[in-house]
Design a protein around this ligand. Structure first.
Ligand SMILES: Cc1cc2nc3c(=O)[nH]c(=O)nc-3n(C[C@H](O)[C@H](O)[C@H](O)COP(=O)(O)OP(=O)(O)OC[C@H]3O[C@@H](n4cnc5c(N)ncnc54)[C@H](O)[C@@H]3O)c2cc1C
Ligand SMILES: *[C@@H]1O[C@H](CO)[C@@H](O)[C@H](O)[C@H]1NC(C)=O
Ligand SMILES: *[C@@H]1O[C@H](CO)[C@@H](O)[C@H](O)[C@H]1NC(C)=O
Length: 447
């Protein structure tokens, strides 16, 4: 009976505090993006230079980096001090020959992408929204979709971080990067990131409605490979996927022909929102209109309210070969339970990688995502049912979203977790960067 664990309890309490905070008119920036977590930190420090970060880290006993606050759990919280590096968002250098860009760690994808495009370059992929900090995104293995696309951390070729003693340490491919890049905030405060680039490219986005479940069962691999990045959305009802989003990259394989009917689904003739019935005003352009990579790969445009806002999110990663079995299991056994609390689910693919704490570590993966209504008491009871249904496929939960899996089960999904603990201890011997989330899920075990 480890379902109601500390972390879960912590969210329940957060809701209570949020109510109180709202009544008292407290600063809305004491919460995460979705408003479901009220940060318990006494102080938010904002650093505008590496020197300032070094001084702050040296002087604090407990400090956790805070990015753009898009996580749904307490991974970015700390009972003492949070440290934001968002003021540091410059492009440090663009190396056209090596095809890399080096940026200050507080930059967001929305800030960086237009700059890259203007200079003729692109990143390999983006998440569903661009308004997230790159440091925060890579730290939790944030991903987009595409059978050949690794998550966003796989684009990192080097990074620099400030360790617990205030020193700046550099890591690069082949020189320790695999251990630290999906670092969960536990190794240090990232100050600089170098990313791989490609020549800029054009993407056309096509959306189809009502893909029959039977077609998905028989043609999953083909559908997911029909574009550079493909997402399936479902409410788990009526034996169909509500929409299929095919992002077709110019010059990548055969161009997608965009027939009016595709595996029984119908080509949409207007822009759609992933959640049926919501206005597509904040979504990226669809209907096959060509546009630059950064204005098509995310579902949502920069600078607007992405998704719903008042929501919760969960996501589980399993080996891609089990995608159909896992989705059918959830559909047959839990669709009635999931339905009332769900805005929408999304299915995406992620290539396997070598980053120790990556949710796609050594696994070609499929991600099963849930955008929930902000009904934590109900969602909290549903998550163990979903986790149990997925257990035969050894699911790994998204590091930035909500889950109830026990620490021992979670840790058993990561072959390199001991090495990660040692690495964190080497750079942070006193546990300065450890918060309750990390202590519970990584640094202690419930067995
Ligand atoms: C509307 C919405 C859509 C989303 N879509 C996707 C999606 O498509 N795919 C996906 O995978 N996820 C998605 N997410 C989840 C999101 O990408 C992750 O939660 C990501 O970690 C958020 O980054 P952040 O900067 O907001 O992080 P925060 O929540 O601020 O922090 C996240 C983690 O990064 C660490 N961190 C931040 N900055 C630093 C630093 N400088 N040095 C060291 N550690 C640091 C923090 O300590 C914490 O551990 C979505 C979230 C929302 C709200
Ligand atoms: C909250 O945000 C406002 C405006 O962005 C800022 O002036 C203020 O310092 C922030 N407060 C905290 C505690 O972060
Ligand atoms: C679009 O974004 C704007 C600005 O953030 C917001 O006011 C509006 O509610 C959003 N619309 C939808 C349908 O999400």
């Amino acid at each position: 009976m480890k379902m109601l664990r500390t972390i879960s309890l912590c969210f329940v309490l957060s809701f209570v505090f949020l109510q109180a905070a709202t009544v008292e008119g407290a600063d809305s920036n004491r919460t995460n993006w979705a408003g479901n977590v009220v940060y318990s930190a006494d102080h938010l420090q904002e650093a505008a230079s590496v020197q300032r970060i070094r001084t702050l880290v040296k002087s604090e006993t407990k400090v956790t980096a805070l990015g753009t606050r898009h996580c749904f759990n307490t991974i970015a919280d700390n009972a003492h001090t949070q440290l934001s590096v968002l003021q540091m968002h410059d492009v440090v250098s663009l190396d056209a020959t090596a095809r890399t860009v080096t940026v200050a760690a507080g930059i967001t994808y929305a800030q960086l992408s237009p700059y890259l495009h203007t200079h003729g370059f692109a990143l390999h992929n983006l998440a569903s929204l661009p308004d997230i900090s790159i440091a925060g995104a890579i730290s939790t293995a944030t991903h987009g979709s595409g059978v050949r696309n690794g998550n966003l951390a796989t684009a990192v070729s080097a990074l620099e971080l400030v360790t617990a003693d205030g020193e700046v340490v550099k890591f690069s491919r082949g020189h320790g990067l695999n251990g630290v890049v999906v670092g969960l905030g536990a190794v240090g405060i990232i100050t600089r990131i170098t990313l791989d680039l490609q020549p800029t490219f054009t993407v056309k986005q096509f959306v189809y409605e009502n893909l029959p479940l039977a077609q998905f069962e028989d043609h999953f691999d083909e559908i997911m490979a029909s574009g550079y990045s493909v997402s399936l959305f479902t409410d788990w009802q009526k034996k169909r996927f509500t929409t299929v989003w095919i992002k077709s990259r110019e010059g990548y394989g055969l161009p997608f022909a965009a027939p009016e009917e595709y595996f029984g689904a119908t080509l949409a003739t207007q822009n759609l929102h992933p959640i049926p019935g919501l206005s597509a005003e904040n979504c990226t352009q669809q209907m096959g209109v060509p546009g630059p990579w950064h204005e098509r790969l995310p579902h949502f445009r920069a600078g607007v309210t992405a998704s719903v806002g008042k929501e919760l999110q969960s996501e589980f990663f399993i080996p891609r070969r089990h995608a159909v079995a896992a989705i059918l299991a959830l559909e047959s056994n839990l669709r009635n339970e999931i339905g009332p609390h769900l805005f929408i689910s999304e299915i995406r693919t992620i290539a396997g990688d070598a980053n120790w704490m990556s949710t796609a570590y050594r696994r070609e993966s499929v991600a099963i995502h849930f955008t929930w209504k902000q009904e934590w008491p109900a969602v909290q009871l549903l998550l163990p049912l979903i986790e149990r249904e997925l257990a035969p496929f050894r699911p790994r939960p998204h590091w930035g979203k909500l889950f109830t899996m026990s620490p021992s089960e979670l840790q058993s999904r990561y072959k390199m977790v001991d090495e990660f603990r040692s690495l964190a201890a080497k750079h942070d011997p006193t546990g300065k960067f450890r918060n309750k989330f990390l202590n519970t899920n990584i640094f202690t075990s419930d067995v």
